[in-house]
Design a protein around this ligand. Structure first.
Ligand code: ASP
Length: 585
């Protein structure tokens, strides 16, 4: 080893020892006869002291003077007590008086500061991601990711799960996004698809008798990107045979509890369950942030038919109660109104009712509603003196979505979304199908391998698009951490499902014949779940973006700006693949 210790471990107990450190020069301070260099590695920072004592130190000083930021150094010397101690770093009581300094490699001046607070913009840091990774905040996130992965493996292995790798060059998997395609040179004109998830393979493993499978696995979805999406991302993918929903829920609730305990030292309570329909009614979302209440209140019966046309013509009039916000000024309310009117939210307007301390009400619709009317609203919403009612109206789904955003925003403003507080739950009983309003087609809300909720089996036969699925999502703090379902394991049920989704029997056979054939050879009842690993890491790390937890992420155009990918393929490569480009600008 080119070091005896790392740059984070020396303490007063090492005083008097001769040690060798290797690392990068974070800062150099030259005071003439004295030079200090801060040397950094993955473990910390140690101060090096080069002193002119008139003898052999001249050469040492000369070397030290050549050192620039991010030079790679090997430094040997004696650990001594530091005169001016630095309580801000763990090695702050000591320093290393050098007897030998070697420059192992020089470095260009880095394009941004390699410190906790950097001056580098996002794009620049991504271009030089290997420098960004030297910074504590990035490194710590990768270490956290490693720790969570280790605990996942430990927990699941302890429950008899085995990790099985599944192929990456496969055939389309219907998870609802576009596939990435890979041309096959050996089979001209044919393409592999990269897996959107290992869904069908894990089911085939169940048919293969591997009754407890997991994999920490890359998945690929060609979707437009947002802060919390990447074209390639990682799932903790799991499947179990001979189970029902309770078994899956218990097992993975157990895993999550284990992770929180081991990684964050937090004991999570039992996860409550919420029906999908209730989540939509109360929070306008299938992944409600339940760290705070502020549930939606349906005001139709108290707000309609009083002459206010906007409400009378609305499908729904929804309110939320912002506790203690009656003191909002005109300016604050106007600002909130503008906020909901932004194109991202798209509300036409915002109605408010202030519940004054003296028991009176002040609203933006006083012209249409008496004090008694407003009192009825407040009572319905559980609003007390000092509270502010915020009301939106319109078409049901749209208004719910808008109100969901407003609720989250108010939660944020009121400090109710503490990142160190965790509120997990299961959302269950999703609809089986979802209608695409544009095309009129039905999609599987989870995926086409999801079975019907046992109590809806009859509905599936008579009114299939209204049946509910035996599917579940794990939600924490408004984030969908994972989702899964009990699968169909019977060939004819699977064929019915494809029929409901508009596949002809031939199309179903062509695309999923391999799975339906497997179901002819004794498929056990099975079910599973997949958890978004990147998202889980960001939740543990208290950060919104998943990019920070990925060593080499892509930007919002799906580009890796460091390796400059995607890039143009050369003519010969395309020829080998029998591909001719015809790109229209
Ligand atoms: N394959 C599903 C997904 O990626 C998860 C599952 O059903 O297990 O969402």
């Amino acid at each position: 080893m080119l070091r005896t210790h790392n740059c984070g471990e020396l303490r007063e107990g090492h005083i008097g020892q001769k040690v060798t450190l290797s690392g990068w020069a974070q800062a150099v301070r030259d005071k003439g006869g004295l030079i200090w260099i801060d040397i950094r590695d993955r473990y910390g920072i140690t101060q090096l002291l080069i002193e002119d004592d008139g003898n052999a130190a001249a050469e040492l000083l000369e070397t030290a003077r050549k050192v620039g930021r991010e030079f790679v150094l090997q430094a040997t010397g004696e650990v001594i007590e530091r005169a001016a101690k630095n309580p801000n770093i763990p090695t702050g009581n000591i320093e290393l008086r050098l007897s030998d300094l070697e420059i192992l490699n020089e470095a260009q001046t880095p394009p941004f500061k390699i410190e906790d607070e950097t001056d580098g913009g996002d794009e620049l840091r991504m271009k030089y991601r290997y420098l960004d990774i030297r910074r504590n905040p990035v490194r710590e996130k990768l270490v956290l990711r490693h720790k969570i992965a280790q605990e996942v493996r430990r927990y699941l292995s302890g429950q008899d799960f085995i990790e099985v790798e599944t192929p990456v060059l496969i055939k389309s998997t219907p998870e609802g996004a576009r596939d990435f395609l890979v041309p096959s040179r050996m089979n001209p004109g044919e393409f592999y698809a990269l897996p959107q998830s290992p869904q069908t393979f894990k089911q085939l493993l169940m048919v293969g008798g591997m009754d407890r499978y997991f994999q920490i696995v890359k998945c690929f979805r060609d979707e437009d990107l947002r802060a919390d999406r990447q074209p390639e991302f990682t799932q903790i993918d799991c499947e179990m045979a001979f189970v029902d929903r309770e078994d899956i829920i218990n097992n993975f609730e157990g895993m999550m509890r284990h992770l929180f305990k081991m990684v964050k030292g937090i004991e999570l309570p039992e996860f409550p369950r919420m029906e999908y329909a209730d989540a939509m009614r109360d929070y306008g979302s299938d992944k409600p942030d339940t760290r705070f209440d502020m549930k939606f209140v349906d005001l139709n019966d108290v707000a309609q038919n009083k002459g206010f046309k906007v409400f009378d013509s609305a499908e729904i009039v929804l309110g939320i109660c912002a506790k203690g916000c009656a003191s909002y000024t005109r300016k604050q309310v106007d600002e909130l109104t503008k906020w909901v009117q932004r194109p991202q939210i798209g509300a036409k307007g915002l109605v408010y009712v202030k519940c004054n301390e003296d028991g009176s009400f002040k609203s933006s619709v006083d012209k249409f509603y008496s004090q008694d009317d407003l009192k009825a609203w407040a009572e319905k919403a559980g609003a007390e003196a000092g509270d502010l009612l915020l009301v939106l109206s319109g078409e049901l789904d749209t208004t719910r979505k808008q109100m969901c955003e407003l609720r989250l925003e108010m939660g944020e403003r009121l400090g109710l979304r503490n990142r160190q507080e965790f509120s997990p739950l299961w959302v269950v009983n999703f609809p089986m199908f979802e209608k695409d309003e544009e095309t009129g087609h039905y999609h599987a809300m989870h995926h086409p391998f999801t079975s019907v909720l046992p109590e809806d089996a009859e509905i599936l036969k008579t009114d299939r698009y209204n049946a509910r699925a035996n599917a579940y999502d794990m939600v924490i703090n408004g984030v969908e951490v994972g989702g899964g379902s009990i699968r169909i394991h019977d060939k004819s049920d699977q064929a019915d499902m494809f029929d409901a989704l508009g596949f002809t029997p031939e199309e179903a056979q062509e695309q999923f014949g391999f799975l339906m054939n497997a179901f002819e050879y004794g498929a056990p009842p099975h079910g599973g779940i997949a958890l978004g690993f990147d998202r889980l890491c960001s939740l543990f790390g208290g950060v919104d973006s998943i990019r920070d937890f990925i060593a080499f992420p892509k930007n919002t155009s799906g580009r890796d700006v460091m390796i400059e990918s995607p890039s143009v393929a050369d003519t010969q490569q395309l020829k080998d693949l029998s591909i001719q480009l015809d790109i229209k600008e």
